[in-house]
Design a protein around this ligand. Structure first.
Ligand code: AMP
Ligand code: TRP
Length: 342
């Protein structure tokens, strides 16, 4: 397919955590695949990570690390744009325009704001609940629409934000004339991995190191974490326990379909040995992760390349975003720098 016939995709990932296998199988692996069919624009959304309390040096560092992680996983700067959000100020500009077409009422209905507020208050009852956290879905709409992207691969947890992006596009069009096409979510059936130490919860960095496997973890750590994975807690009255199902899901995600079929069969026959299953999962993960580690080491060894790439990618993103912003400025009655006639 010619690049100019491809539909445009945009997605973002926050640099709040090291990438773990949950992020990889639940999002990034799909981003890599989408590059074959779409014109992809992917961003490390550091501006979003500023909505909750953070340390500036840490954010700066994590943002670059996340970009490197994406490259090591196979996001390809030859075919896609992969950039750091804060290097493209047009996101913030468009977000302001969108702030002025979004109603306070619809923002108050965002369930993620309520969840994050509860989480922050649970950690510290005096935590700052910022206006940025409240406005976050508007910035997300700007991320997508500043590139006029048509499709957005996201998990179900982002469905409500996507719906808001569509409403914002329509509201803008209503006020300033047809311009944006409301973006569509691209839902794919992706695995949701559970915590290894507490398989009643989603794998997440915030639960602590025992609970997740980082994508670039050392081999012996991977093996240790898998071998001590909880298999039998919260055993349901019937069916597989979530811990065992999660291990089998990891095998499947690693493409080990034969092993998956074998252990599933053993389970049904009542002869499944957890130790064998765990060894097989650990082998599959070590194989996957060692490939990523090699690529990552190669990228990291060339700091100049990373810095050049950051600039080159931001320039490419800005070339699109600044054109859209010029048109938005004209439509919404703002003054464009350098334009003299009314
Ligand atoms: P987060 O770091 O939670 O903002 O997630 C970044 C991306 O990874 C989102 O697309 C999530 O849906 C996905 N993700 C996070 N945790 C998991 C998990 N345990 N299993 C599958 N996907 C996940
Ligand atoms: N809010 C998304 C998340 O937490 C990240 C994100 C920011 C995003 N901007 C986006 C995703 C635009 C898709 C499109 O996962």
């Amino acid at each position: 397919m010619n690049i100019q016939d491809r539909k445009r995709v945009f997605s973002g990932i926050q640099p709040t955590s090291v990438m773990h296998i949950g992020n990889y199988f639940g999002a990034v692996q799909n981003w890599v695949k989408l590059q074959d069919q779409y014109e992809c624009i992917y961003s490390v959304v550091d501006l979003h990570a500023m909505t909750i309390p953070y340390q500036p040096e840490q954010l700066f560092h994590n943002t670059r690390e996340m970009l490197i992680d994406l490259l090591a996983c196979g996001v390809d700067p030859q075919r896609s744009i992969v950039f750091i959000q804060s290097m493209v100020p047009e996101h913030m500009e468009l977000a302001w325009v969108f702030n002025c077409v979004t109603s306070y009422g619809e923002l108050t209905r965002m369930t993620q704001f309520k969840d994050k507020t509860d989480q922050l208050r649970a950690g510290d009852k005096d935590a700052l609940i910022s206006a940025g956290l409240f406005n976050y879905p508007i910035l997300q709409a700007a991320d997508i629409l500043v590139y006029k992207a048509e499709f957005v691969p996201v998990g179900k947890d982002q469905e409500q934000h996507l719906e808001l992006s569509r409403n914002i596009a329509e509201r803008f069009n209503f006020q300033y004339g047809e311009y944006f096409v409301p973006p569509q979510p691209l839902f794919t059936d992706l695995p949701k991995l559970l915590s290894l130490a507490d398989p009643t919860k989603k794998m997440s960095k915030s639960l602590g190191p025992k609970h997740f496997i980082a994508l670039f973890e050392e081999e012996d750590v991977v093996r240790k974490k898998v071998m001590s994975a909880v298999t039998d807690s919260g055993q349901p009255a019937e069916g597989m326990s979530p811990g065992v199902a999660n291990l089998i899901e990891i095998l499947k995600a690693c493409g080990k379909l034969e092993a998956m079929a074998f252990f599933t069969e053993q389970y049904h026959q009542g002869g499944l040995r957890y130790k064998d299953l765990k060894e097989s999962v650990a082998d599959a993960l070590v194989e996957l992760i060692s490939g990523f580690r090699v690529k990552r080491t190669e990228i990291v060894s060339n700091r100049d390349y990373i810095q050049r790439l950051e600039i080159e990618m931001a320039d490419k993103a800005r070339a699109i975003a600044s054109q859209v912003m010029r048109e938005v400025r004209e439509r919404s009655g703002m003054h464009n720098y350098g334009r003299i006639n009314g």
